[in-house]
Design a protein around this ligand. Structure first.
Ligand SMILES: C[S@@+](CC[C@H](N)C(=O)[O-])C[C@H]1O[C@@H](n2cnc3c(N)ncnc32)[C@H](O)[C@@H]1O
Length: 287
């Protein structure tokens, strides 16, 4: 406890953050410079506490020569927190309003960006199965972090999550038996193979990789809130270019696109509290 208070009282200077991010980018190719500074600093303070460091810059030489330490730093900056049917009211809306509209596209390609350990990807897969659309849909799930993608592919979580996630599923309007989507193991639950069939996990960095694919639906929740404004705009442009005309974009309900009309005229806001957008049918080439 004393240690925690000690590190909580530490201040990290911008110059220290800049040096660490520069080293991370030069040595490992991860560019976190456009991330929102306040939350970045909070996570760097946690790292200082974890490694019991007086100064953030002490982490730089350790991280440069020890890849495991670098991976710890990367993991702590790219937080994978997620849940099945997280924010059930959003899923209830998707179930009722968006999935039936997606059904009008001959093929349904979904890009789920920032997938963490995969709970959101498999929630989408369940929704598409329940709507009878799984056979003609494909979910491309991307994340910057290869360790998270590896876990997401496995599709296993601790058993203790079953009840809270079942509760979310029911609140989202799910009428099935949530436990039936999983094989129960000793202390864990594993998603059944048929919900994995239309789900693919690929490494992709929203900072410097290009448009992923043409898709009808982009889901990127609780990722943009970690980014600074410039990077948010860059990523929303990427999503807009990736979307087919008339396609949909869903962000986290605590996120929103600033200066939408000015920066992203091809997107129209459908619902502010849900943060759901649609790409207009217009034929202008700017995004
Ligand atoms: C808080 S999780 C969100 C998980 C899920 N979308 C949800 O809302 O439940 C944020 C995810 O974004 C990923 N991420 C962070 N920066 C990224 C980047 N530059 N490119 C791709 N993914 C990134 C992290 O690795 C992490 O898995």
């Amino acid at each position: 406890m004393t240690a925690l208070i000690k590190w909580k009282n530490h201040h990290i200077q911008d110059v220290e953050v800049n040096l660490l991010l520069h080293a991370l980018n030069e040595r490992y190719g991860y560019d976190f410079t456009g991330y929102a500074r306040a939350s970045l600093k909070r996570r760097l303070l946690d790292l200082m506490s974890y490694f019991e460091l007086e100064h953030l810059t002490q982490l730089i030489p350790i991280m440069l020569y020890d890849e495991a330490v670098a991976q710890t730093v990367i993991n702590s900056i790219s937080v994978p927190t997620s849940e099945f049917f997280r924010d059930p009211f959003v899923w209830a809306y998707l179930r009722k309003n968006i999935i039936p509209l997606l059904a009008s596209f001959p093929r349904i390609n979904i890009w789920q960006a920032g997938c963490g350990f995969g709970q959101e990807a498999y929630s989408l897969s369940i929704l598409l199965h329940e709507a009878g659309l799984a056979k003609r849909s494909h979910i491309f799930c991307t994340d910057i972090n290869p360790e998270f993608l590896h876990e997401a592919k496995k599709g296993c979580w601790a058993m203790r999550n079953l009840n809270p996630w079942q509760n979310y599923y029911e609140k989202s309007g799910g009428t099935g038996e949530f436990a039936d989507f999983f094989i129960e193991q000793k202390n864990s639950i594993a998603i059944r193979a048929n919900y994995k069939q239309n789900v693919e996990f690929v490494q992709h960095n929203l900072v410097n990789d290009d448009v992923f694919k043409e898709v009808q639906f982009v889901v990127c929740r609780n990722v943009l809130l970690y980014f600074g404004e410039e990077l948010q705009n860059h990523v929303v442009s990427l999503f807009t270019r990736s979307l087919e005309r008339g396609g949909y974009l869903l962000l986290g309900s605590g996120e929103n696109i600033l200066n939408l009309n000015e920066h992203h005229p091809r997107l129209e806001l459908l619902d502010y509290s849900l943060q759901i957008y649609r790409k207009t049918m217009g034929i202008t080439s700017h995004v």
